[in-house]
Structures are given as C-alpha cells and as structure tokens.
Design a protein around this ligand. Structure first.
Ligand code: CA
Length: 365
C-alpha cells in the first residue's frame, strides 16, 4: 500500500468512527458515502494578502493548507498563492466573490468600503481582545451576522487567525499631552484611524513596503503596524525612538474566506477538515504572536522607550470613538445591527472579565 493510500484510508476510517455518534450526520453520510473509492481529490486555489511565507500570518496559512492535506489523507489540497501572484493583495475579496479563485486569507477591516460593518469584525479600538472577539463570533452571534453579510458577496468566511493586542505605534517625538498629536501624519488604518483623525492626526494609508522609508525620511511622523515581533522586522526602531502601548487594535482577526458556491460543493468531510484546521490555525497564531512578541520586546534596541499615551488623549479617544460609531451607525443599518450584537456581548462579558482576568492580573502583578 502506498503511503498516500494508507493515509487516505486511515483518515477516512477515523472520520466515519467520529461521525457515528451523531445520528443526523450518520444518516446523511449514507448518501455522501464516506469511503475511499468515492472521495475525489479536490484542489483549491487560495490567494493571500501577504508575501510568500510572511512570518506568522503567511506561515500560518501555509500550515493550514498542510493540515488540510494531512487530515484529509491527501484528498484536499489547498494551493497557496502569495500576494500579487494570482491577484493583487487587496483584490482577493473581489476575486473570490467572482469565483476567479476559491478562497483567500486576509484581514477583514480591508473591506470596510464594501460594507462599513466589516470594520467591526476586523477589530474595534478600545474593544474586545482576541479571546473575547472569538467568543463573540462563536457564541455571541458574531459568526451568524458575518456570514449573513458575506452571503451577499457569495462568500463564506471563517476566522483565520488573530494578532492578539497590537501596539499603539512608533513616534519620532514623544506624546505628552493630547496637543502633541495635532497635525501629526500617521500611518493608521481602520476605525483607529477615524478616531485619530478626530484627535487632530492626519491618518494616511501606505503599503507595507513604503512605511519604513516614509518614517525614516519624515514623510510621516508615526506609524502603527502590529507588535514587537513583526515591528522589529520592519526596522522601525531605527527611525523612531518612542514605542507606544496599544489601544486601537486589541483583537483584530484575520479571515479564511471561501467562494460560497465552491464551499457548498465541498463534501461534509472536507468542510469539517477546513473548519477544524482554521480553528487550529487561529489558536496557533495567537500563541505564536504572544511568544514571539514577548521575546522581541526584550530584544528591542536601547534607544527605544516604551511609553503609554497620556490620560487626556485616551479620554478624548473614548469620546471620539463614540462619535465615530454613532456616525457609522447613522450611515449604515448593517453597522448598527452588528454593533448592537458586539456591544451586547461586551456588556455581558465585562463584569465577568473584571472579576476574573483583570482582577487576577492585578493580584499577580
Ligand atoms: Ca495594525
């Protein structure tokens, strides 16, 4: 028996054993007949918004494809196309919607031009952490809303990783009061950028490849990116000394999204494998970010000063965020509906989080 045949057979035996406990699934599978002779090999094309094997995000999706192959005994092959190979980085949503490719891996907040509500799924300034965000998605109604809104684009989304809390960014001059922000040019996208605009910042969008040079030459005064691990790779510490703690992206999630018609044509087994592999990827990415950020933070060069934004700025940011959310809700019924669900979970979770995690961390410190 060839190795691949062996893997196929054992994976299928394991699968049929697993589903036997579920009457409904078992009945259905009599028709879709899970046995080696009828499982066809499926190949899917997945494009990403990252360069090939980009640390953590890119390697995360590489591993996802590898796991789908392993778990399916080789019957499910997902071919990864890094940015600009099949489609430009920020056209993966449209290309998947139009069935030019089968799936993509990217960040949800990139698509707020399609529907303002998508920025909430990407992450909210001063909002839910990664763990809270995933809890809202899975148990608090987030996934249902996300899938309903993506359905209009013929898309089926899954969470495809999360960054954990991001840092507030690199500044060439210290921010001691709210006034120090006025007129600064900062690379900061999404709802965080909208809030900064109300605080007097001029938010700009730059492709990843242009951020370092712009900061170094002073074309911009500040930039946010992700956290110590990826920020160190970008070399920001050579262009700015002040590294601020985060507030604007406490739990941004990434997505693995499929063309809906293509997704529906997949077998129940392949759907289950993809779903499991995406959950595994999400957990792994969060843990990898935590470990590598912790390590990179200790290794930052001596010139870097870690700072926290002043209280008057954060007070004003809270006011500005309320305004931004009110304005977006007025413009978009979908934004209003998603925000309602998000805030309902936020309130439910807050009291518990305060007496559990927050209280414990205070005691531990
Ligand atoms: Ca960021």
């Amino acid at each position: 028996m060839k190795r691949r045949d062996f893997l196929t057979t054992s994976a299928l035996v394991a699968t049929s054993l697993t589903v036997k406990g579920c009457h409904r699934t078992e009945k259905k599978n009599k028709n879709s007949s899970i046995n080696a002779s009828t499982v066809n090999k499926v190949t899917l094309k997945l494009a990403t918004s990252w360069p090939a094997h980009f640390p953590i995000m890119g390697t995360g999706v590489d591993n996802f494809a590898k796991r789908c192959f392993e778990l399916s005994g080789g019957s499910l092959e997902i071919k990864i196309y890094p940015k600009n190979i099949l489609v430009p980085a920020l056209q993966v949503f449209d290309a998947t919607s139009a069935a030019q490719i089968d799936a993509f891996h990217s960040g949800v907040y990139y698509w707020k031009g399609k529907n303002p509500a998508f920025s909430i799924f990407g992450g909210m300034p001063l909002g839910l952490t990664s763990e809270e965000m995933i809890t809202w998605m899975k148990f608090g109604g987030g996934y249902e809303l996300w899938r309903e809104l993506y359905d209009k684009f013929n898309l089926y989304p899954l969470i495809g990783g999360t960054t954990g809390p991001q840092m507030g960014g690199w500044f060439k001059t210290p921010i001691n009061t709210l006034d120090d922000l006025k007129g600064l040019k900062m690379r900061i996208p999404g709802l965080g950028g909208e809030v900064m605009k109300k605080l007097g910042v001029n938010p700009v969008l730059l492709p990843a490849g242009e951020i370092y040079t712009s900061l170094e030459r002073g074309t911009i005064d500040a930039t946010e990116w992700v956290g110590p691990a990826l920020d160190s790779m970008m070399g920001f510490s050579k262009a700015a000394d002040y590294y601020y703690t985060g507030w604007h992206e406490p739990g941004s999630i990434l997505e693995i999204t499929f063309n809906k018609a293509r997704w529906e044509k997949l077998s129940d087994v392949h759907k289950a494998i993809i779903t499991s592999a995406s959950e595994e990827m999400t957990g792994n990415m969060l843990q990898e970010f935590r470990y590598k950020n912790a390590k990179a933070l200790k290794e930052l060069p001596k010139n870097v000063q870690i700072k926290t934004f002043p209280n008057d700025m954060m007070d004003e940011a809270k006011v500005a965020l309320s305004e931004v959310l009110r304005e977006e809700s007025k413009k978009s019924e979908d934004f209003k509906r998603v925000l309602k669900s998000y805030e309902s979970f936020y309130r439910l979770n807050k009291m518990y989080d305060d007496i559990s995690t927050r209280n414990f961390l205070n005691i531990r410190s």
